[in-house]
Design a protein around this ligand. Sequence first.
Ligand code: 4AD
Ligand code: MG
Length: 499
Amino acid sequence: MPEQALIQDLQAHLGQEVQLRGWLYGRRSGGKIAFLLVRDGTGLCQCVVETAQADLFAVASGLGQESSLVLTGTARPDGRAPGGVELAVTGLRVLQPAADYPISRKAHGTDFLMEHRHLWLRSPRQAAILRVRHTLIRAARAYFDSNGFTLIDTPILSPGAAEGAGTLFPVDYFGDTVFLAQTGQLYLEAAAMALGRVYCFGPTFRAEKSKTRRHLAEFWMIEPEIAFAELPELMTWAEGLVCAMIQAALAERRDELALLGRDIAALEKIAPPFPRLTYSQAVDLLRDPELHRKLEQELEADRARLHASIAELAALEEQGARARQGWQQDKLVQQAADLRERIHDLEAQVAQRPVHIEHARNFAWGGDFGGDEETILSRQFDRPVLISEYPRRIKAFYMKPSPVNPEVVLNLDMLAPEGYGEIIGGSQREDDLSALQKRMADEGMNPAPYEWYLDLRRYGSVPHGGFGLGLERTVAWICGLKHIRETIPFPRLMGRIYP
Ligand code: 4AD
Ligand code: MG
């Protein structure tokens, strides 16, 4: 029996006979040879079947994409094969022949792909994103585990709101209405008073009626909560967490990031300290005529790029009409599809930028930053930026007002660079019983479901705080994705719950 091998380990089996188990990703014939491109979840391997092996060749030549296979053969070096190794096939068993696999290797529309998400996951791009996600989760946990934090699993069914009543998902709980958790924070505060440094990592839910590239209805959040920590310390933890996650992605997932076309140099620049601004400074920046001039220049550059891309596409189409050979055609079709996508993006940017500039110019102190403002602000820095001290009125009831200006709170938001927007939100918490009770009354909140939370301010209250990092937004940034929907295996979006 030949030894079982994974494609990622084939280099260690050169010259040996091995068995591979996987799925057919692609197939092509070159005269007297059939090439089967096989994937096994760890990589892609070119498997070669020669006509001389008449039975094998007949089976191999009829296989449809995604047929499940067990192959035996000899691993041998080949510079042109993916991974530098190919398999000279000596045996082939078909576990299940597949026909008419719906996702071909050509371009498909997003709706179609989302409808087939259960199959789309098999594409190398999607698999690469899921591996980066896995590495980021592990790095975040390792960061907290190695800094004396205890993992606390907070409940998913909760009796009240924590992040505003407008985004609650109600659930029938034995006849009562309860809600899916928007955050683990309030429970984590109780645990921090017991254990000092704690964190939770779990799914959170927001019934946000917005269809943006940054919003999911169900997303995963990593939240630390730290007894005795005040705002500057919280910023240092947030910075440390993000750097640890980036370092892990760079150390373990370079191949995946390259496959995704990520600008890796931009990630390598991320190092502490991150720039820090107050909300008021950020508002001044948005209203600065210097910034508007810079944005106008970027708009001009986008227009020029758009025209160049349109000309390039026309040239490619002409070349495509003249191309004879099939493979050359395929390559041109792919290039043209990429260019069309770029043109589409540039057109959208050219249309939106004037609106963004107007928003920035007219931004008034007191308003919350929307996606446009976040995009502009985060584009001004080559590393994440920490923005603190937002107006109290636009932030959650539990945030502690600043002792120097009670109109703002001791909060922190972290915006990722390259226009990715908010990846972290957090704050120092109100630790004074009467101040918290007053704020809850001002907000019209019924204190009954929060009596336990108020107890934390009755028995040994201390300064404390924490933050939440949105995993999917972080994955989108680190992978360089345009939309959050590809960052989670099965996205839950407004208007999508299948599959
Ligand atoms: O800023 P948020 O709402 O903060 C909290 O929930 C705090 N209770 C966290 C804490 O202090 N322990 O959410 C935190 C982060 C955001 O910065 C964003 O990255 C992500 O969660 N997030 C979302 N991600 C995807 N889709 C949504 N609808 C999101 N809403 C928030
Ligand atoms: Mg927030």
